[in-house]
Design a binder for this molecule. Structure first.
Ligand code: GLC
Length: 624
């Protein structure tokens, strides 16, 4: 019988080629590297010895069932602890609610100790080993992870890799002049290099935090601050940064965290003359970090957050030599953008083109995190090349979508808010809740029952899409009861500059009760419909994330079509993005292998007509 030490050594051998060659290439020339390598290995052994028995069992179980996160019963729910349940203790009382939705994966929005005051929604972390005191303690997190595990739910938390708060102990020491700590960040004596880098950098928060560097007069130094002034970029070229962050990740893994959401990973490596995004070294670092957790906490997944264009995004699963060795999960930002694009244009041409040309039908050891809304803005990640392939201008299309979802384009159903409009590039991003962007807020204000119905159908269309595309669908808190925009942020000094708070409302539990009590209300229909969609997903084996997703052309531009190809079954998923009835040739369905009509989504029989197959306004089916 192998003992725990044998298991560690076997796992180390399994992942050695993902770890040491990456570190050798990244840090081999650094005189500090040999010591760092030794320290890393002893930390890994220590973390493994300290790992609780229940988690070691889960490690083994997931080693034996490596597709556990690709299965159709996976459903994520994403929320702010305070806005959903008050604090970590309060979350326990909400677990029945989450179970009722079918949730098997819970993402607590940033919960590690943030800097005081504005902390970019918690993404400005001053202590990675403590919980935000307003939410509770590490012990509370551990207790929650145990409770979740007992229900078969996994726990995801944010781990910010690109920067720390300037109040983090390392940053405080760096500011005081300690050389070793200065080297953990990117300090410059004058503006020469910052200006040179800025020639090719893209501004992330051009309105609130222009530029990517901050000058501190007290020390007369420039510091690299890609995001906000209080978020200091880490120097990943320093092996010590790798070591310290790896230690923290193992610490969190031993608290029972199943999924580490690695925040803002694209920015981790800087290279003069580039955008300093998604540089090759980023992938080497991420592959090595994954190897570290795979050895010492094998059940843990890495969800990589890189909100970038289509081709660039795929690299976060590992492409080429890294294939299947980097992120287990990465956000399918493009599916989300294309969903909103197709809803506005009532045309799925660009969506089909992008999904077909850039995304492979299968991923290795990985799947997408699919979503329609999250806590961030929507950036119109549509390239000029992709727009051009369909014969229109990328810039004009992006501007159109922005106006449409801000709600100022004539005839728009949406209500949203601008986020960080960039006057230099003309780039405009959008904030807004799922329900408001889908038309519910405007329809209710105008008392237009038909428009309300359409908004409800748009929300169910989006859920049916992310439930079936392949990936772990993530429901964002409150979207299941159609919470509309929260304008209260405008009155809060710490939030009023950041329109993303428009779609970060407090959970409205009265609304939930009302939705449950009145299934015919718009909110009740969204709630019942959402539950139904994920229950049907769970019952539909062909939706396993390991099976291919093949985009098809139906000949009707209003209808998106893809096949989910399981060994003994092909599912044809159809989505009508228009507010009118649409048809698909019956022969087209037969050509896809449809012989008898069963809709896995409604779980009902469907007639396969000889001539045209009808789809209602915003209708969706999963035909088998
Ligand atoms: C990620 C987060 C976003 C945050 C940024 C900086 O993109 O999702 O909310 O502002 O990282 O940490």
């Amino acid at each position: 019988m192998p003992d725990a030490t044998d298991i560690f050594e076997l796992r180390l051998a399994r992942s050695a080629s993902d770890l040491w060659p990456m570190l050798d290439a990244l840090y081999g020339a650094d005189p500090r590297y040999p010591a760092m390598r030794d320290a890393l290995l002893s930390e890994m052994r220590r973390a493994w010895r300290a790992r609780p028995a229940a988690l070691k069992t889960l490690d083994l179980q997931r080693d034996l069932e490596p597709d556990w996160f690709q299965r159709p019963d996976m459903l994520g729910y994403v929320f702010y602890i305070d806005r959903f349940a008050g604090d970590l203790q309060g979350v326990h009382d909400k677990l029945d609610y989450l179970s009722g939705l079918g949730v098997t994966y819970v993402h607590l929005m940033p919960c590690l100790k943030p800097r005081p005051g504005d902390s970019d929604g918690g993404y400005s972390v001053m202590d990675y080993r403590k919980i935000n005191p307003a939410y509770g303690s590490m012990r509370d997190l551990e207790a929650l992870s145990t409770a979740l595990r007992a229900r078969g739910m996994s726990l995801c938390i944010d781990m910010v890799l690109n920067h720390t708060a300037k109040e983090h102990d390392w940053a405080v020491k760096a500011r005081k002049g300690d050389a070793a700590h200065r080297d953990m960040y990117l300090f410059f004596d004058d503006a020469t290099l910052p200006r040179a880098y800025e020639r090719t950098l893209i501004e992330i928060f051009p309105n609130d935090a222009p530029g990517s560097f901050t000058h501190y007069p007290d020390i007369d130094q420039w510091v690299w601050t890609t995001f906000n002034e209080h978020q200091w970029d880490l120097n990943w070229a320093n092996p010590r940064v790798f070591l310290e962050i790896a230690k923290i990740m193992l610490f969190l893994a031993n608290m029972g965290v199943d999924v580490l959401r690695l925040d803002a990973v694209a920015f981790m490596w800087k290279r003069m003359g580039t955008r300093c995004q998604s540089e090759p070294e980023v992938h080497m670092i991420l592959r090595a970090l994954r190897a570290v957790t795979r050895v010492c906490a094998a059940c843990v997944l890495h969800l990589e957050e890189a909100i970038v264009g289509p081709a660039e995004m795929l690299s976060y699963f590992g492409r080429g030599e890294h294939d299947g060795r980097e992120g287990n999960l990465a956000y399918h930002n493009n599916l989300m953008v294309q969903f909103w694009g197709a809803l506005a244009t009532r045309d799925t041409g660009l969506m089909s083109h992008v999904l077909r040309t850039h995304f492979p039908e299968n991923l290795t050891n990985a799947t997408y995190a699919t979503y329609i809304r999250c806590h961030d803005d929507i950036g119109w990640a549509i390239t000029d090349e992709d727009a051009g392939a369909l014969g229109f201008s990328g810039a004009a299309h992006r501007a159109y979508l922005s106006d449409f979802y801000e709600g100022i384009f004539p005839g728009s159903f949406a209500r949203g808010a601008l986020f960080q409009a960039n006057k230099t590039t003309g780039d405009k991003r959008i904030s807004g809740s799922f329900a408001s962007l889908a038309g519910l807020e405007r329809a209710l204000a105008e008392g237009d029952a038909h428009a309300v119905d359409l908004a409800v159908q748009r929300m169910l269309l989006g859920n049916a899409l992310i439930a079936s595309h392949g990936g772990v669908p993530l429901v964002y808190m409150g979207d299941e009861v159609a919470l509309t925009n929260d304008y209260g942020y405008l009155g809060r000094p710490e939030h009023c500059h950041d329109s993303r708070w428009i779609h970060r409302p407090a959970m409205d539990w009265d609304r939930v009760a009302a939705a449950m009590g009145d299934p015919d209300s718009p909110q009740g229909r969204v709630l019942a419909g959402t539950r139904h969609i994920y229950a049907r997903r769970k019952a539909t084996h062909a939706l396993h994330g390991g099976f291919a997703c093949r985009i098809r052309d139906t000949g009707n531009p209003a209808v998106l079509a893809f096949q989910r190809i399981a060994p003994a079954q092909v599912l044809v998923c159809l989505f009508n993005f228009s507010e009118h009835w649409q048809t698909i040739p019956g022969q087209w369905l037969r050509d896809q292998g449809m012989t008898r009509g069963h809709d896995a989504l409604s779980d009902g029989r469907i007639e396969l007509p000889d001539d045209e197959f009808p789809l209602p306004p915003l209708g969706r089916v999963w035909l088998s």
